[in-house]
Design a protein around this ligand. Structure first.
Ligand SMILES: NC(=O)c1ccc[n+]([C@@H]2O[C@H](COP(=O)([O-])OP(=O)(O)OC[C@H]3O[C@@H](n4cnc5c(N)ncnc54)[C@H](OP(=O)(O)O)[C@@H]3O)[C@@H](O)[C@H]2O)c1
Ligand SMILES: [Zn+2]
Ligand SMILES: [Zn+2]
Length: 372
């Protein structure tokens, strides 16, 4: 099938309209008309090659919501017309211990998991293309059901921002009544506030942005701690049972460790570029765990979609047309998104001019639909 999208042809270049062929549905796969796609800060990291692993052309997008248009032979979970989502992964071995326990993101199979875009591990030129595009084809095990109570635009950010913050809260045992800190209140952070509240925690939002205080309280945070306010940081010393840090860049972690109670866990989901100096004595003396976490498995993604439906949790969405994507990346680079941009894909479907000047790029891969 011929698909249109927006992609970055080479490192340092701007987004341009692209077109490419996705292989039609095979047994076990689902074809999806993309209606919306969230813009995650990880999309920016990939486009800018911050992690040194980007294969160009890069067509990002891993908060994908749409409608099923066709199902392949043997598909049992979905039918045409269903509203569905695709998150950060489109494939994994389905056989290893990690896949068996629902941690497909940590797949130990020969190819690990296949990310929705920039997926194949070896940068040999093969690539996967994500949801900044009009249609996707994905094996049914990696397709999520969007609950009736949530519209597609609101569902999109749950598929990465939601599950990436929910999964470590669950894994590291957040309990009702615990005090959790959420550091960095952007796309992930604001979803984390709402999800942690739904789990019964007391939420302390950690932000550099004093002017966001009222908005953040409006999202349900019990307390707002401005991280540049040294007196407030000191007063909050050793007060948190858990922290999820979404801060996207290298920074000084030590003041954040200072906020942790004995036997607590500080989970990093943002910064992947290391720290210059981690003082280890506080970790040792107070049995504080410094941990990391990568997105969440398929069952947990469905679980957080259902949790958001049950608790009426939706993201703060700013709807944008596909053509405005460069401006959104500038906002993310400047560190002040409010709070999640979601592309309305109708904007590209209606844009005959963009489709007319689209650059044809090589076809993407998506791996096999195993066991068929
Ligand atoms: N581990 C995973 O599986 C996973 C999944 C998705 C995303 N991520 C990563 O998580 C990070 C956050 O993603 P996002 O989409 O939530 O990003 P975002 O919307 O840009 O939000 C990041 C927030 O961090 C704070 N921040 C930004 N620049 C900062 C700086 N220089 N120093 C300190 N704080 C800063 C800002 O909050 P304040 O103004 O409130 O301080 C900003 O709103 C990214 O690095 C992304 O790649 C990881
Ligand atoms: Zn993401
Ligand atoms: Zn596996």
């Amino acid at each position: 099938m011929q698909v249109h999208g927006y992609g970055v042809p080479e490192h340092g270049q701007p987004f341009v309209p692209v077109s490419f062929t996705r292989t039609d549905v095979r047994p076990g796969e689902v074809a999806i008309d993309v209606t919306h796609c969230g813009v995650c800060h990880s999309d920016l990291h990939f486009v800018d090659d911050d992690w040194g692993a980007t294969v160009y052309p890069c067509v990002p997008g891993h908060e994908v919501a749409g409608v099923v248009t066709e199902v392949g032979a043997g598909v049992t979970k979905f039918k045409a017309g269903d509203r569905v989502g695709v998150g950060c992964m489109i494939n994994s071995c389905q056989d290893c211990d990690a896949c068996a326990r629902g941690d497909e993101q940590y797949c130990e199979g020969p190819h690990s998991c296949t990310l929705t875009y920039n997926g194949p591990k070896v940068p040999d030129g093969t690539n996967s293309y994500g949801g900044y595009s009009t249609a996707m084809v994905v094996r049914e095990e990696f397709v999520l059901r969007i609950p009736d109570a949530i519209g597609n635009e609101d569902a999109a950010p749950i598929l990465c921002a939601g599950v990436t913050t929910y999964q470590p809260m669950k894994h590291f045992g957040l309990k009702a009544g615990d005090r959790i800190g959420i550091a960095g209140i952007g796309g992930l952070g604001h979803m984390a506030i709402r999800i942690a509240k739904a789990m019964g925690a007391t939420v302390v939002a950690l932000t550099r942005s004093r002017d966001k205080g009222d908005e953040i309280r409006g999202m349900g945070a019990d307390e707002v701690l401005v991280t540049t306010d040294e007196a407030a940081m000191e007063k909050a010393a050793m007060s948190l049972d858990m922290m999820i840090s979404t801060i996207p860049v290298k920074h000084d972690i030590n003041p954040y460790v200072g906020l942790m109670k004995p036997s607590s866990t500080l989970v990093l989901v943002g910064n992947m570029n290391g720290f210059d100096d981690v003082q280890t004595a506080p970790l040792v003396f107070h049995r504080i765990a410094l941990a990391g976490s990568l997105i969440g498995g398929i069952a947990d993604t469905q679980e957080v979609l259902d949790l958001c439906a049950e608790h009426g949790i939706t993201p703060e969405v700013k709807s944008i047309p596909m053509q405005q994507i460069e401006g959104v990346y500038d906002e993310l680079r400047n560190g002040n998104p409010r709070y999640r941009h979601v592309i309305d894909m109708q904007s590209l479907k209606d844009d005959a001019d963009a489709r007319g000047r689209a650059q044809e790029i090589p076809a993407p891969v998506r791996g096999e639909a195993a066991r068929r």
